[in-house]
Design a protein around this ligand. Structure first.
Ligand code: GDG
Length: 447
C-alpha cells in the first residue's frame, strides 16, 4: 500500500506532534503514526516575500512534515477574510455576517494553487491523498489540473448547509464544480451529507458525500484526567469551590459555540431557581481565537460585559456565579477540570461535531459521573442522545437542564454516562480515520 498524504491548512508544530490537541490533529496523527506518510500545510509563520514559499521538510515518527509559509497578504485574504470571515459563517448558517469580496476569493484560489504547486513535486503515483477542511475546498481540482491521478479524499470538519443557504455565495457553483474533483467527501453527520449532495444535485454534479462522525482518543484523555486530578491547578480549583457544584464550559471564543446564549441560560437558571443561589459556579474557559476577524472582537466585548453584569447582579462578596477566562488552559489541566466538573454546558448554535462533549464524557469517573448538557444543534447530538438535550436559543430550557443536571440522582447520571461512554469509546479518532480511508480506497471514481 502506498503512502498517506494529508493536507490541512495548519500542520501541528514540532512540539505538538506527539500530543496534539483537537480532533483533526489527533485523528490524523493516529492515521499517519508509524506508517510512511507525508503531512503538508501552512507552518503558521509569515513569509517575508512570496518567492520564499518552498516547503521545509522534517520527519517525526515515520511522518514527513512539509510546511510552507504564507505572506501577510495571503494570510489576510485567504485565511482571515475568505476562510474565516466568509466560509465559516456561511457553513454555520450565519449569512447575516458574511462579507464577500472578489479579491479575497481570488487570493483564496491562489493560495490553493500555491499548495498544489508546492505539493505536486513531493507526490508519488501510489499515494492516497486526504485533504482537510474549508480552507482547501478547491485543492483537489488544482491537483487534478496538474495531472495528479491518485485517489483524493476530502473531509469537512464543520457543518455544510443546504443549497438554499449555500447559493448565497456568489462563487458557490464554481466551488462545487471544483469539489466534484474529489473521489469521496466526508462530513460529520447524515444531515451534512444530505445537504452537500443536494448542492451537487442542484448543479448537475455527481453525489460525493458520506458521513463519518469524528471521535477523540478517549483512553488517552481519560488517563490524563485521572492523572491530573491531584495536579496543583485542579486541587486549587476544587478548594476554591468550597463545596459548590462546578458547571464547566470550554470553547474557543467563537460565535458558533453559543456562549452568550449559555450565559443567558445560566442567568435564567439563577432567576428561575433562587433556592440554588450560591450553590453553583460556572467556569467558562474561552481561549481567544481569530482575533483578526471583526466579529470575534465584538463577541469578546459582549462576553466581557455579560460576565461582569451577571457577577454584579447576582454575586455576593463571597461568591461570584461566573468565572470567565480568555486564556488557554494546558490540555492535561483541562482534563482534570473535566473530571471534577458536575455539569458540562455545551451549547453551540451549530457545530460540525464538538469534541468537548466527548472529552467531558471520557474524563468522568464511573463512580460519580457528571451530567452533560448538549445542544441539539451540535453534530455530536445524534450520537449522544443520552445527554440532557437543549435548544441553545431557549434560555428557559437551558436553565431547566442546569437544574436537572445539578439535582440528578447518581443512578440516572451513571445510566446516562454509561451509554454516552460506550459511544465515545466505540467511535474513536483512530477508527474515524480508518473508516474514511477504507471507503476512499474502495471508491471507484465517477465522472
Ligand atoms: C472543528 C469543528 C469539530 C478548547 N479550549 C482549550 C482547549 N480546547 C480544545 C478542546 C477540543 C478542541 O479545542 C475544540 O474542539 P471542538 O470540536 O469543540 O471545536 P473546533 O475547534 O471548532 O473544531 C468542530 C472539530 O473541528 C473536529 O472535527 O468537532 O465541530 O468546529 O479538543 O478541548 N485545549 C486546551 N486549552 C484550552 O483552553 N489545551
Amino acid at each position: 500500500m502506498g503512502r498517506l498524504v494529508v493536507v490541512s491548512n495548519r500542520v501541528p508544530a514540532p512540539r505538538e506532534r506527539s500530543q496534539p490537541a483537537g480532533g483533526l490533529a489527533v485523528g490524523v496523527r493516529d492515521a499517519v503514526r508509524g506508517t510512511e506518510s507525508l503531512w503538508f500545510g501552512w507552518s503558521g509563520r509569515h513569509a517575508s516575500q512570496s518567492k520564499d514559499q518552498t516547503p521545509k521538510l522534517d520527519t517525526h515518527d515515520g511522518c514527513t512534515y512539509a510546511t510552507i509559509d504564507l505572506t501577510r497578504s495571503q494570510y489576510e485574504h485567504f485565511y482571515e477574510n475568505f476562510s474565516n470571515g466568509l466560509l465559516w459563517p456561511l457553513c454555520h448558517y450565519r449569512i447575516g455576517i458574511i462579507d464577500y469580496k472578489r479579491l479575497d476569493y481570488k487570493i483564496y484560489r491562489e493560495v490553493n494553487a500555491l499548495f498544489a504547486d508546492q505539493l505536486v513535486p513531493l507526490l508519488r503515483d501510489d499515494d492516497t491523498i486526504w485533504i482537510h477542511d474549508y480552507h482547501l475546498f478547491p485543492l483537489g481540482a488544482k491537483l487534478r489540473r496538474r495531472g495528479v491521478k491518485a485517489k483524493i479524499g476530502f473531509f469537512l470538519h464543520i457543518p455544510f448547509p443546504p443549497w438554499s443557504v449555500t447559493r448565497v455565495l456568489p462563487c458557490a457553483e464554481e466551488m462545487l464544480q471544483e469539489m466534484a474533483a474529489y473521489d469521496l467527501i466526508g462530513v460529520q453527520t447524515v444531515e451534512d451529507a444530505r445537504n452537500m449532495d443536494g448542492c451537487f444535485e442542484a448543479n448537475n454534479l455527481p453525489r460525493r458525500a458520506a458521513h463519518f462522525p469524528i471521535g477523540i482518543d478517549p483512553v488517552e484523555f481519560g488517563e490524563q484526567a485521572i492523572q491530573n486530578v491531584m495536579a496543583e491547578e485542579v486541587q486549587r480549583l476544587q478548594a476554591s469551590l468550597r463545596g459548590r457544584k462546578l458547571i464547566l464550559g470550554v470553547d474557543r471564543l467563537d460565535y458558533s459555540k453559543g456562549i452568550p446564549e449559555r450565559i443567558h441560560g445560566y442567568e435564567t437558571f439563577l432567576n428561575r431557581y433562587p433556592e440554588h443561589k450560591g450553590e453553583t459556579v460556572l467556569l467558562q474557559i474561552t481561549p481567544v481565537s481569530r482575533a483578526g476577524v471583526a466579529s470575534y472582537r465584538a463577541l469578546r466585548r459582549e462576553l466581557d460585559e455579560m460576565a461582569g453584569h451577571i457577577n454584579a447582579m447576582h454575586g455576593n462578596f463571597d461568591w461570584s456565579p461566573i468565572r470567565y477566562l480568555t486564556q488557554s488552559v494546558p490540555r492535561e489541566v483541562l482534563a482534570g477540570f473535566h473530571r471534577i466538573a458536575d455539569v458540562a454546558l455545551v451549547t453551540p448554535l451549530r457545530d460540525g461535531m464538538n469534541l468537548v462533549a466527548k472529552e467531558f464524557v471520557a474524563a468522568q469517573s464511573p463512580d460519580n459521573p457528571g451530567a452533560l448538557i448538549l445542544s441539539s444543534l451540535a453534530g455530536a447530538a445524534p450520537e449522544m442522545d443520552e445527554a440532557l438535550m437543549v435548544n441553545p436559543y431557549d434560555r428557559e430550557g437551558i436553565a431547566d437542564a442546569i437544574h436537572a443536571g445539578i439535582t440528578m440522582s447518581l443512578e440516572e447520571r451513571q445510566r446516562r454516562w454509561q451509554a454516552l461512554h460506550r459511544d465515545v469509546t466505540q467511535n474513536t479518532a483512530a477508527n474515524w480515520a480508518d473508516r474514511f480511508l477504507e471507503m476512499l480506497r474502495e471508491t471507484e471514481r465517477q465522472e
